[in-house]
Design a protein around this ligand. Structure first.
Ligand code: BGC
Length: 314
């Protein structure tokens, strides 16, 4: 596969879906495959399913894999678990999946991934200034861009509203659970987006998540200063965005290791740096182990020699 390809995997509550992504066209290169999410969805069980999924495709060894994940992801490590098994907190997801699959895996917050895809290929394509992507689903995810640069892990779905995380008041899952009609839900969205607008003054707001396909039922009811538009990539945004990021990060890692190639900034560069540091640490550990082995050998040799000497003296 060429460097215009990467693999994307979406980890959902009920299914894990993956497909190769055509990074030029900004779409899946083939149909995606879906495997039910193991229950409980612990890191180990999910890593196994991810391995199985990747192995079902005939993808070349060097193809990087991008994984959108619904948590704060800092340098590959999950720091929160609002809507996933709590055993993920503290897990180095990059390292776990990379080790299990044999591919370079780059994990990124799911809303950040969807935002990257919208900025490259969708509703944010020509947008300048401050753009806020929001995903309305089980929880509410956000991705904030300033002149095309991502500010990762913004987590604005958790800003306080009515004394709790905003997502507990206005997520799509809340609309379903409380059987709100579209207007009732739009009122809650109005409160939320007004607060967002007060805090960040975005130039553009993009609304993603499955419910964005019904945008005509609630977006026209909102009265905001910034234009608020539906996402264009819909379901595949996370997979596509994570694949874009994985390819950038992989190219960056190679360029840094080989000392040539183009420079990229932002999250991809940050992830590439983290990966290099990790592999350097791994290398250090190996070297330490070797040195300890050699020391032991040398010690044994000296012991033997002095034993020989003392026997010959006796
Ligand atoms: C999580 C975010 C995630 C969002 C959408 C929130 O509950 O805290 O990390 O992006 O849900 O899945």
């Amino acid at each position: 596969m060429s460097s215009t390809t990467a693999f994307g995997i979406d980890i959902g509550g009920s299914g894990i879906k993956g497909a190769p992504v055509d990074l030029k066209a900004g779409e899946l290169a083939t149909d995606r495959l879906r495997i039910p999410t193991p229950q409980p969805s612990t890191p180990d069980a999910v890593a196994e399913t991810v391995r199985e999924l990747i192995e079902s495709f005939d993808i070349a060894a060097g193809v990087p894999v991008g994984v959108p994940f619904p948590a704060v992801i800092q340098h590959g490590v999950a720091k929160t678990a609002a809507n996933v098994d709590h055993s993920w907190i503290g897990t180095d997801v990059d390292a776990l999946f990379t080790e299990r699959t044999g591919h370079d895996v780059f994990v990124v917050n799911d809303a950040d991934a969807a935002g990257i895809a919208e900025m490259e290929f969708g509703a944010g394509r020509d947008a300048k200034g401050v753009v806020l992507m929001t995903t309305l689903g089980t929880g509410v995810g956000t991705a904030l861009f300033v002149d095309g640069h991502l500010v990762p892990n913004t987590e604005l779905g958790h800003i306080p509203l009515h004394g709790d995380s905003a997502e507990k008041y206005m997520a799509e899952s809340v609309r379903e659970r409380e059987e709100l009609d579209w207007s009732q839900w739009a009122e809650r969205l109005q409160e939320y987006y007004s607060l967002i607008e007060f805090l960040f003054n975005p130039d553009l707001i993009i609304v993603g998540g499955g419910v964005s396909k019904h945008h005509k039922k609630y977006l026209p009811e909102l009265d905001l200063r910034a234009p608020i538009v539906p996402a264009e990539l819909r379901n595949e945004a996370g997979i596509i965005g994570a694949a874009v990021l994985a390819r950038h990060a992989e190219d960056e890692t190679r360029a840094a290791a080989g000392g040539n190639g183009r420079k990229k900034s932002g999250l991809a560069a940050d992830k590439a740096q983290a990966k290099l540091e990790k592999s350097a640490k791994k290398g250090d550990k190996k070297a330490d182990k070797k040195a300890r082995k050699n020391d032991k050998k040398a010690e044994k040799k000296t012991e033997k020699n002095s034993a020989k000497k003392s026997t010959s003296k006796d």
